[in-house]
Write a protein that binds this ligand. Structure first.
Ligand code: RB5
Length: 150
């Protein structure tokens, strides 16, 4: 599985930790993030990762900023993205099972490296359940296309 990862200046250390974990576990990683702790703007990296995932160039995405909030909001502006901000593995499992999330976002200032590993491991190994959840994901994507549901 090929993983796109992106981060701003607040998450360089956390990104490096996650990339190390991904490499140790056999994932191919494309680094779209900054490697410098110099102030920059998180939407830039959200866009790069989102487009890599939506285009099919990468299978899943991981985004990290200080809180994960700005970078997840940004990613969800790109058509085709379902980005879930997670701070623990239960949400990481459910965003795959119920929402078919294709990008996970995390906060480098809100969680530690071991929690990040568990979130990433869970996100990358949990399948979408389909069924009634597929209808809801279809509705999310209808909203994404600007359609009205009811
Ligand atoms: C950058 O200072 C910070 O605002 C950013 O990393 C993130 O937390 C925004 O949501």
């Amino acid at each position: 599985m090929k993983i796109a990862i992106g981060n701003d200046h607040g998450a360089v250390e956390m990104k490096n930790h996650v990339v190390g974990w991904l490499n140790d576990h056999g994932y191919e990683v494309v680094n779209f993030g900054t490697d410098e702790p110099v102030s920059t703007d998180y939407p830039i990296y959200a866009e790069r990762v989102a487009k890599a995932v939506v285009s099919g160039a990468c299978d899943r995405g991981i985004l990290i900023c200080g809180t994960g909030i700005g970078i997840s909001i940004s990613a969800n502006k790109i058509h085709g993205v379902r980005c879930a901000l997670c701070s623990e593995p239960v949400s990481a499992a459910l965003c795959r099972q119920h929402n078919d999330a294709n990008i996970v976002a995390m906060g480098a200032r809100t969680i530690g490296p071991v929690m990040a590993e568990e979130i990433v491991r869970t996100f990358l190994t949990t399948e979408f359940e389909g069924g009634r959840h597929a209808r809801r994901v279809d509705e999310i994507m209808a909203l994404d296309r600007g359609e009205t549901l009811q």
